[in-house]
Design a protein around this ligand. Structure first.
Ligand code: SF4
Ligand code: SF4
Length: 100
């Protein structure tokens, strides 16, 4: 029987310490969840440096590369705000959804 082995966790220090891809491939979700989102991330492309930190850390893999910067697939973004919290350049703001 093969048992999983535990490795020591090494806290990432530099962006190069992170994986080269997002948490999961974009497109793996099938049910659109934008209906229950309360806040949506808005990316200010003038502030965005294209560092891909948000792309790497979005838990749902709904941020994608676009013209050397990034964009969000709003059909599947759940509005958790992790991307806005983690952007070092304050390029992402969370704004309240207009639920008319
Ligand atoms: S973390 Fe911020 S600066 Fe980096 S790619 Fe995302 S929005 Fe742009
Ligand atoms: S708000 Fe959450 S789900 Fe939406 S793009 Fe940002 S990190 Fe991903």
């Amino acid at each position: 029987m093969i048992k999983p082995t535990l490795r020591n966790y090494k806290r990432p220090v530099y962006i190069t310490d992170y994986p080269t891809g997002p948490n999961c491939e974009s497109g793996h979700l099938v049910d659109k969840n934008s209906g229950w989102r309360t806040f949506r991330p808005t990316i200010n492309l003038d502030l965005c440096k294209g560092c891909l930190r948000c792309y790497l850390l979005c838990p749902d893999g709904v941020i994608f590369k676009s013209n050397s910067k990034v964009d969000v697939d709003y059909d599947f973004c759940k509005g958790c705000g992790i991307c806005a919290h983690e952007c070092k350049f304050k390029a992402i703001t969370m704004t309240k959804e207009d639920k008319e």
